[in-house]
Design a protein around this ligand. Structure first.
Ligand SMILES: C[S@@+](CC[C@H](N)C(=O)[O-])C[C@H]1O[C@@H](n2cnc3c(N)ncnc32)[C@H](O)[C@@H]1O
Length: 186
């Protein structure tokens, strides 16, 4: 089955605590299967991501790896398509049809997001360097937009199995209920 993995490059424990956490939350909520984090090893961050999955369901996972080049190489060897989100790339509207076609044909995707400066080599290793508009903004915004365009909004209908908590959409206020193991309401 084709999967979506997000590769977060160059996590810095002090500066990126919230940004990397938010990238992981977006990856999970917008239909990716896992996030791999490189840079500073941050076990507390991995635990916090896992605890979101335990509470809100689904099978999203997070792990740390030392060698980002090795991750890209392994994914390429396994047949995945490597997409690097960067403001210098081809603009999303011009390439999304091709990426969607490849994804629907059953290829897995490795979606790379950077932090400060992404090494030149990442641009060369990527099959696609894609810009979410050719202006600088944020890896969280770029990831959310890319995944939303890929799924054309269908990610928001996704059910997360084994959730302990579930939100009942409400026009006002907060309705959160305990959920059964299958995601049904208790
Ligand atoms: C602080 S930005 C650094 C901007 C960087 N010079 C670049 O290549 O996009 C950190 C990350 O946000 C993402 N990013 C920022 N703006 C983007 C854009 N317009 N399109 C796609 N990704 C973007 C990239 O993944 C980048 O590595």
């Amino acid at each position: 089955m084709s999967r979506i993995t997000v590769l977060r490059l160059g996590h810095r424990i002090k500066r990126d605590k919230r940004v990397t956490m938010h990238a992981a939350l977006v990856a999970r909520a917008y239909g990716a299967n896992e996030i791999i984090i490189t840079g500073d090893r941050d076990d507390d961050l991995i635990r916090r991501i896992e605890s979101v999955t335990e509470k809100w369901g689904g099978s999203f996972s997070a792990r740390f790896e030392d060698n980002w080049r090795g991750v890209i190489r392994r994914f390429k060897e396994a047949g995945a398509v490597v997409i690097h989100l960067t403001m210098y790339g081809m603009n999303l509207p011009d390439v999304i049809d091709e990426v969607r076609r490849i994804w629907r044909e059953g290829r897995s995707l490795l979606v790379i997001i950077g932090s400060e400066k992404v090494p030149r080599e990442a641009y060369d290793l990527a099959d696609y360097n894609i810009a979410v508009g050719n202006q600088p903004h944020s890896e969280i915004a770029a990831l959310a937009t890319f995944l939303d365009w890929l799924h054309e909004g269908k990610e928001f209908k996704k059910e997360f199995s084994n959730a302990r908590l579930k939100i009942i959409p409400s026009p006002k206020g907060k309705r959160v209920v305990a959920a059964g193991g299958d995601g049904s309401l208790k």
